[in-house]
Structure formats: C-alpha cells, structure tokens
Design a protein around this ligand. Structure first.
Ligand SMILES: [Zn+2]
Length: 481
C-alpha cells in the first residue's frame, strides 16, 4: 500500500521535474547548463530530452532493483519463496492474461486459439485446476478427444477438481456410446454430489437402460430428496420402476417378492394400468381372487382399459360366458357410458352368443368412433346373427382401414408400442407412454389382441370355441377380399 503510494508520488515528482525542465529549456532559448562537482555541461534541446528519458529509465531500473533487494532481504530473514515470488510475479501476470484470452477464445468458439492460450497459461501459472480445465475444454472444442481425456484424468488427481474430471469423462463416454463405463462414472459422480441434478438424470437413464431398477429407484429417491421432483410425479415413476423390478423377478420365477413388488407398485400408483394388471395376476397366484378383483376395479374406475378386462377375465379362466357377464358387472357397472365399457360388454355378449344385446351395447360407436376393434366386433355380431357373407366382409374391410383406436403411444416421439414399457423403444424417454388415440392408420397386430382381447387373448377353454371360429374366419375373409 505504502509502496504504491510512494510510486504515485515519484511519478508526480517526475512529471513536475519534466515540466520544470521544459520551462527552463524554453527560458534558455533551447539549451541547458548543468554544473556538477566542478564540471560544466551545456546541452541542446534534443540532448536535454534524451537525458530526461534516460533518467526515467534509470529510475525504473532502480525501482526494480529495490524490489529485488527487498526480496533478497526477506529471503535472508527466512522467507524462502520471496525471491522466486519476485520473479514469478511477471509470469503470473502473463499466465492470467493467457488464461483470460483462452476463456474468451473458448467462449467465441475458437478452439485452436483457446488451446494455445491454455498451453501458455499452463506454462506460466501453477494453477492446474484452472489451466487443465481450460485445456480439456479447448481440446474438446477442437475435437481432440484424446487430449481432453488426458486433461480430465489429470483433474481426477485433486479433490477440488475430481468431480469436474469425472463429469467430463462421463460426457465423453456417453458420446462414445460406452454405457458400461458411463454407468460406473455416473455412480462415482453421484456418490460425490448426490444433489447434482444433471448427474441424477444421467444415472437414472443409464440404470433404466441397464434394467437396474433397484438402483434407479434409489436415484429417483435422491431426486425427490433434492427437491428436483414433485411428489406425485415421484410416486408414479417409482411405481413404474417398482413394476419393472417385479416384472424381471416374474420372468425368472413368480416369487412372493415379485408379487409383493407388483402389489406395491399398484399401491403407489393405482391408475398405472400395467401395475394393476400385474398386481392382480400376483394376487390370483396367491389365491386372493377378491383382492385381484378389487385392484382391477379400482384401476377401471380411474381408466377403463382392455388390458384390465383381460386380467379380470384371467381371474376365472374356466367360467361360462353367462357367468362371465355376471362377474364382469363389477367392472361394467362403474363407467357404463365409457366407450371401453361398451366395447367390453359387446364382446362379452358376442362370447355368450347374445348378439342383439351385443349390438345394443355397441350402440352407435361404429359410426361415432369407428376403430378396428369396434368394427371387428360389429362383424362378429353380423356373422352371429346370420348375415350375408358380403355384409360381414364389408365390416371387416372397413375394420382394416379404420384407425387403430387408442394405443400405447410415446408423448415425446409419438412411437406406438404394442405393450406398455417404462422406456420408449424409439426415443429412450422414461415414463412417456400414454394410452391414447393415434391419428395414424395401420394394420392389426400379429396376435390381434388389441381388437378382441377377451376372445383372442384367451387361453383355449371350452367356452371360447365358438368365438375362435368367428375369428378363424377373419383371415380367410381378408385374403379373399
Ligand atoms: Zn419415444
């Protein structure tokens, strides 16, 4: 502080001296006379100016020398780094200048310039956490992944910069498509900063891709704790993950654990249709048919869906069609005017060969909202009532070109999925599939279960034979038309 003040004073004194000197020069008519210890010098104007400049340079050198002497004195007093600090001050200044230029270059997209500035800054500054990061970013901007990787690996060495290093490497691995290593890095980053939102999202996605549902649920829990997720969204997503967890165990062996997981998923989000279906199946295996009915009823209340009806049918696979109609009242009484309920009723009556009631249940759906499913049911009704082959064929032909009706459709990329899945096969979105109408036209699925889930999707049972006949006629009609 005092030193800088002194500098200012010296500077002012110098200016004053120069002004005085210039005044003298003008007074003496362009000349200056100096008498020093008996010597007498007479200078012309130019020589006077040169002398003044020389004095300035000498003064600057003296100041530098004083600084050095001070540093040496300090060194002698026991301050070991005083001398190196004196010389480093210059380097530091240059280093920071290179660093700031590098940052500017990086921000303006000049990767190559940023790279050379980063290397310069690295030479001058002893701050690897700054220069290595700039180096890594510059290397990435120029597409030099190898150098970037090296830089990120160097950042791993220091506690302060480890997270940045891991994150950089993680991004690289993701870009390379090396999900195996990316998952490990994401886990490491998550352990370091569990509240880092971006890391949470990446980890969750990777875990879901690798079907590590347990891990994904833990990550989702961390997201909730960090306040990144509203509680209802968390509930639903956790149910989705719990369901997947259950599905995997189901595939291996229908253990109690899996049943519990499915039931838990259903409890977390009762309107999640796949969870309700799986929970109901789990309860049936356990012998709790009442519980299964209750679960499906609750889900039907939230949203009538053919999958729920199919699961409800599985509760009593061997009942007669009339007994089935009676039992299904539990569902059909809930939302009697819903289109799904009416289609379900029509199907049930077709199965019971009560075609007039089936027609009544269907009502005007074939004109107000014609879909493949409603038109196929209509064809079955016509056939059952003994209509001409040409009439049946006409309905089936219409069914072929009709909209498919509601489907599991991705909200993000609009891809249609035959079955519900937590992750979109097309865009990889998590929990993006919803059951809704799609404008697209297309052919029936391989099994035809979405047209007549109760009839086609049913396991061969004595009661179901006549309906299978009806559908057996369908492909023949399709080929002949
Ligand atoms: Zn998608």
């Amino acid at each position: 502080m005092i030193w800088s003040l002194l500098k200012v004073f010296i500077f002012i004194a110098l200016i004053a001296a120069l002004a005085y000197g210039a005044g003298l020069l003008l007074d003496t008519g362009g000349g200056i006379q100096i008498t020093v210890a008996g010597w007498e010098l007479t200078l012309g104007p130019l020589q006077a100016v040169i002398l003044a400049l020389l004095l300035v340079v000498i003064l600057w050198l003296i100041l530098k020398a004083v600084g050095l002497v001070v540093a040496v004195l300090r060194f002698l007093n026991g301050d070991e780094t005083a001398i190196s600090r004196y010389f480093d001050r210059n380097r530091e200044r240059k280093g920071y200048q290179a660093l700031s230029e590098g940052l500017m270059a990086l921000a303006s997209g000049e990767g190559r310039v940023a790279m050379s500035r980063a290397q310069k800054a690295e030479r001058y500054l002893a701050k690897p956490e700054l220069t290595t990061l700039l180096l890594a970013q510059a290397a990435e901007a120029t597409g030099d992944t190898k150098r970037a990787t090296e830089a990120y690996k160097r950042l791993l060495g220091d506690d302060k910069t480890r997270f940045v290093g891991v994150r950089g490497l993680l991004k690289q691995k993701l870009a390379d498509g090396d999900t195996e290593t990316a998952l490990k890095l994401a886990e490491k980053a998550f352990a370091m900063k569990p509240k880092h939102a971006e890391t949470q999202d990446i980890l969750l996605k990777l875990q879901a891709d690798k079907s590590d549902w347990k891990g994904a649920r833990a990550t989702l829990g961390a997201k909730l704790k960090a306040g990144e997720l509203p509680r209802d969204v968390y509930r639903r997503r956790d149910a989705v993950l719990a369901l997947q967890e259950a599905k995997i165990v189901f595939d291996e062996s229908a253990s109690i654990e899996a049943r519990e997981a499915a039931i838990e998923a259903n409890r977390l989000s009762p309107d999640l249709i796949p969870a309700a279906c799986m929970a109901a199946r789990g309860l049936v295996q356990k012998g709790d048919k009442k519980g299964a009915s209750r679960v499906l009823k609750k889900a039907w209340q939230a949203k009538p869906h053919p999958d729920l009806a199919a699961a409800f049918a599985e509760i009593e696979p061997d009942e007669t069609p009339s007994a089935r109609i009676k039992r299904f009242k539990l569902l059909t009484a809930i939302q009697p005017d819903n289109e799904q309920t009416r289609l379900l009723l029509a199907e049930l009556h077709v199965a019971a060969e009560d075609f007039p009631t089936a027609r009544r249940s269907l009502g005007d759906i074939v004109t107000t909202h014609p879909t493949q499913r409603s038109l196929a049911i209509m064809a079955a009704i016509e056939r059952g009532e003994g209509a001409e082959d040409s009439v049946v064929r006409a309905w089936l032909t219409r069914a072929l070109s009709a909209p498919r009706g509601p489907q599991w459709c991705c909200d993000k990329c609009q891809a249609i999925h035959a079955q519900w899945h937590p992750i979109c096969d097309n865009c990889g979105g998590f929990d993006t599939l919803s059951w809704r109408d799609v404008a697209e036209f297309g052919g029936a699925s391989a099994t035809g279960t979405e047209l007549l889930p109760l009839i086609v999707g049913q396991k061969p049972a004595p009661a179901a034979t006549p309906e299978i006949e009806i559908l057996d006629a369908e492909p023949a009609d399709k080929t002949s038309s």
